[in-house]
Design a protein around this ligand. Structure first.
Ligand SMILES: *Cc1c(COP(=O)(O)O)cnc(C)c1O
Length: 495
């Protein structure tokens, strides 16, 4: 069966998977969603004998149906290779009563690598399949981790350029250093005066600008997106939930068919949505526990059914979750509205005009598997320190938000279902916050002294990504106003 993709804001236009990947966002501003979510066609028990790459193939072939077996296996093989410093790609650690699924063993040590190491291959394969001759310009807004992972994925990939916008004062020092030292003749990194939502809005506006698209086309360019609104990001993320499940079966923690819970530290709602898609495809999942930091717009939404971004934007120690507009939630809203594009469009228009919308009671019943929770900065520090002391395991600030929310969930519900926590970044990426949580006297040390101290405490080798930036020269230093993002893109492309 061929799976076609539709926009969440228009039920009439259908495109293939490769076309959806190429375009990123639909012309009407909607997100592409598969018309149906096909069931996995393997026995859950058989998955345990497969490698990560093999699991990736059985999951992705169900959704990217216009890719040939050869094309898909090529993309998977190129993505999940020695770039990952662990042969199982996504290993699990048992600590504090849960399984931490470590999604940070790729080249930029955050979970974005799980999807962004394959996206360039999916995208260039899609271009070939659709006879696209334009150069593809990847335009990305980042709250820190996407930017570096996209830059690393696309650097020097022929037929592509990549332009990344990030909030100048809204990312960690290591995140910024990782981006502004990026090599590659086709890479551009631009800071903006503003927050992540400003960057994301600027990027969305450029995607929706028909006049700009015409100018680009005449000059031999077209935009695509590496943000998690691209379905080519979402599909590879379904894989690791299926993989994690299969490893739990393999080690005997569950039997094939048993349900698990997942806890996901959430920002743009891409990662947790992938777990929801995994369930729709047949993976036995009981609860989706959506963990927020102090920007708890999603927690409030799950409590009340009202999504309201009219609030103060708080800079936290988990910057990749400092988001008030969770773009991928639109895909869930569309689904629980009964795949009703008109209804969804009205909600999204209300969100952009008034900054809020309220779903119906009927739609709320579609959220019954979701549980929201949040952690304050203090909760986040405390749980890092606690898990270090009890389990000698050091987690990053984003993962800590999830770990705290999970503890609260268990003490409230006494739910003893086996639980997987998505561990989304290496502690080395947020070293200062992590080390301060363990002992506040560390604050006087330099970033790299802290890296060495973290290495001493955890016994985990310093990742190559960190070694690389110790001495790397700064290659990008442009900063612009949010209003000038489009002008900057035109400058870069010479149009
Ligand atoms: C991006 C990111 C998140 C949030 O993921 P979403 O898919 O946007 O919800 C959480 N933690 C880290 C470390 C990230 O980089």
């Amino acid at each position: 069966m061929d799976i076609m993709y539709k926009s969440t804001r228009n039920n009439n236009e259908k495109v293939t998977a490769s076309q959806a990947i190429l375009k990123g966002l639909a012309d009407d501003g909607g997100l592409y969603v598969p018309e149906t979510l096909p069931a996995l066609d393997v026995d859950l028990n058989d998955l345990k004998d497969m490698s990560y790459q093999e699991v990736a193939y059985v999951v992705m072939k169900q959704l990217l149906t216009d890719f040939t077996e050869e094309e898909l296996k090529y993309c998977i093989g190129q993505a999940y290779d020695k770039k990952f410093d662990n042969p199982s790609i996504a290993p699990m650690k048992n600590a504090n009563g849960a399984y931490f699924l470590e999604l940070f063993h790729g080249s930029t040590i955050a979970f974005k690598d799980m999807a962004l190491s394959i996206l360039p291959y999916l995208l260039t394969t899609s271009a070939k399949k659709n006879n696209v001759n334009n150069e593809i310009v990847i335009l990305t807004a980042t709250s820190g981790d996407t930017g570096k992972a996209a830059l690393a994925g696309f650097a020097d990939v022929p037929g592509t350029k990549i332009i990344v916008f990030y909030p100048k004062s809204g990312v960690s020092p290591i995140q910024e250093k990782q981006m502004i030292t990026q090599r590659g003749n086709n890479t551009y990194v631009v800071g903006i005066h503003g927050n992540f939502d400003d960057a994301q809005t600027g990027v969305k506006n450029m995607f929706n600008d028909k006049e700009l698209a015409d100018i680009m086309d005449k000059a031999g360019y077209q935009f695509s997106s590496a943000n998690s609104i691209n379905i080519g990001r979402l599909v590879p993320q379904i894989v690791y939930y299926v993989y994690a499940y299969s490893r739990l079966v393999k080690e005997g923690s569950i039997k094939a068919g048993d349900k698990i819970n997942v806890v996901v530290p959430t920002g743009n709602f891409g990662n947790i949505l992938a777990s929801y898609y995994a369930k729709e495809m047949g993976l036995p999942i009981n609860r989706f526990i959506c963990a927020s930091n102090e920007n708890k717009v999603l927690f409030d939404f799950f409590e009340t059914g009202c999504y309201d971004r009219n609030r103060e934007f708080i800079l936290t120690s988990s910057p990749s979750m400092d988001i008030l507009i969770s773009s991928n939630l639109e895909r869930l809203i569309y689904k629980i509205a009964g795949n009703d594009a008109e209804a969804n469009k009205a909600f999204m228009e209300s969100l952009s005009a008034e900054g809020r919308y309220e779903i119906t009671d009927k739609m709320k019943s579609g959220l019954s598997d979701f549980v929201g929770g949040y952690a304050t900065e203090e909760d986040t520090r405390n749980i890092i320190s606690k898990i270090y002391k009890n389990d000698n395991y050091i987690i990053d600030t984003h993962t800590a938000v999830a770990a705290y929310v999970y503890e609260q969930y268990v003490s409230r519900t006494k739910d003893s279902t086996v639980t997987v926590i998505a561990s989304t970044a290496s502690p080395y990426k947020f070293t200062r916050s992590v080390m301060n949580a363990i002992d506040s006297s560390y604050d006087s040390k330099t970033d790299f002294e802290l890296v060495d101290e973290l290495n001493r405490l955890s016994g985990v080798a310093v990742p190559q990504a960190i070694e690389d930036i110790r001495t790397a020269p700064v290659l990008h230093d442009t900063v612009v106003d949010a209003d000038d993002m489009c002008k900057q893109v035109k400058n870069i492309l010479g149009i």
